[in-house]
Design a binder for this molecule. Structure first.
Ligand code: PLP
Length: 407
């Protein structure tokens, strides 16, 4: 378990945490949307821009070679972080959203009218809309798994949705609203017993849980660097080589070709076949420092600390009159979505902001889940490794005050 001294040392890496909001020390509890970035990552971006910037994979000159090596070292670091078989299975994208669009568009190009894709009601729009776009093009059918009162997926219903028309299942590892950690290993294994490939949206898992692609055995896994203490605009698509080799390119352009004539084009080897154009190579290189940061603390230590903060907070929140917490699954990550009585989430969010507490309000890009819960939105507080129990207390005090005002 991380000590107070450890957290103090970690916080020194994040200068933003000592800024003020509304005249009070910042209490940043919007980590599910994006986490803050340590100096090691910021310094690496600055170092590259000031000493080493050159386009990757295109030059024989020293700077280009150096930059290419940095980008590819980062790819290897990501491979190790998720325990993928090879770097050919690690594709850099702009984020989780682009990674899922890539799979829906490219892998989905094999689907036919009437084929069925299984989703769940707790998905982020990033794992709904790409499949709807595919539905509009091809006539596939989307089937949706429901949740119970605690925000746990209905596994019986999930299993019952599989039939001879099922071609894909795509669901989140961790819900960005409910915090529910889904039993993805079992769900993948069940899908595979019906020869159905699986995409796991890991945007909310990669910053908090140990990932092991070989053990999970999913076909695709997606996540974003900016939620993992890394730079914005970088994401990862992990895909099994056997699928990636068969899939058509998602975008065409430089980097992704072997030979181009006006008559015919052949494509580059993996992973470059799916990386058209100049990537954010500075961000990709700096992402490796974010992984170093996580590794230096230990992902299990991060998870334990965040979990302790969440339990501490949730337990005390329940004592506030008219508190409604959405998502109380037994296996839950450090996300708390809530409302107080009939008050609007924006009112609560504004009153918290006035007290220096930054939480997210609204539908959290999960409108179908809001419809399912029959609410317009929630307030959401979420923790990262640098958050403290003092910050949890500040939040609880501010929330108690806000709730009393809105009563
Ligand atoms: N999936 C989940 C579960 C998320 O929480 C998010 C972002 O909040 C996304 C997908 C989309 O991530 P990005 O906007 O980085 O592409």
């Amino acid at each position: 378990m991380l000590t107070d001294e450890d957290i103090k040392r970690i916080r020194k890496e994040f200068p933003i945490l000592s800024r003020e909001v509304s005249g009070r020390e910042l209490d940043y509890l919007d980590n599910t949307a994006t986490s803050q970035t340590p100096l090691s990552v910021v310094d690496e971006i600055k170092r590259i821009y000031t000493t080493s910037k050159a386009n990757v994979h295109r030059g024989v000159h020293t700077l280009s070679q150096e930059m290419t090596a940095l980008q590819e070292e980062s790819r290897e670091k990501v491979r190790k972080y998720i325990n993928a078989e090879s770097i050919e299975e690690v594709i850099f994208t702009r984020g989780t959203t682009e990674a899922i669009n890539l799979v829906a568009s490219s892998f989905g190009s094999r689907f036919k009218r009437g084929d069925e894709v299984i989703l769940t009601v707790m998905e982020h729009h990033a794992n709904i809309v790409p499949w709807q776009l595919l539905r509009d093009r091809t006539g596939i059918v989307l089937r949706v798994v429901d949740i119970d009162d605690k925000g746990v997926l209905n596994q019986e219903q999930y299993r019952s949705l599989f039939n001879e028309r099922t071609v894909m299942a795509s669901f989140c590892h961790v819900s960005n609203v409910l915090g529910t950690v889904n039993p993805v290993k079992e769900m993948i294994s069940f899908a595979h017993s019906h020869n159905v490939p699986v995409l796991v949206d890991g945007a909310q898992a990669a910053p908090h849980l140990r990932l092991d692609m070989k053990e999970l055995d999913c076909d695709f896994y997606t996540f974003s660097a900016h939620k993992m203490y890394g730079p914005t605009g970088i994401g990862v698509l992990y895909g099994k080589k056997k699928w990636l080799e068969k899939m058509p390119p998602y975008q065409g352009g430089g980097e992704m070709i072997a030979k181009v004539t006006f008559e015919h084009t052949t494509f580059a080897e993996l992973p470059f076949k799916f990386e058209a154009g100049t990537p954010d190579f500075v961000g990709i290189a700096a992402f490796s420092k974010a992984i170093d940061f996580i590794d230096s603390i230990g992902i299990e230590n991060i998870e334990a600390h965040e979990h302790a903060l969440m339990e501490y907070t949730q337990e005390r929140m329940m004592k506030i009159p008219e508190m409604r917490i959405f998502g109380t699954a037994p296996h839950k990550s450090a996300v708390i979505s809530f409302l107080v009585g009939r008050s609007h989430p924006y009112d609560l969010g504004l009153l918290l902001d006035k007290q220096g507490v930054e939480v997210r309000t609204g539908h959290h890009c999960a409108m179908p889940l809001m419809d399912r819960l029959d609410i317009p939105g929630t307030v959401r507080a979420s923790y990262a490794v640098y958050n403290t129990f003092e910050e949890a207390d500040t939040f609880l005090k501010a929330l108690t005050r806000a709730a009393a005002i809105l009563e």
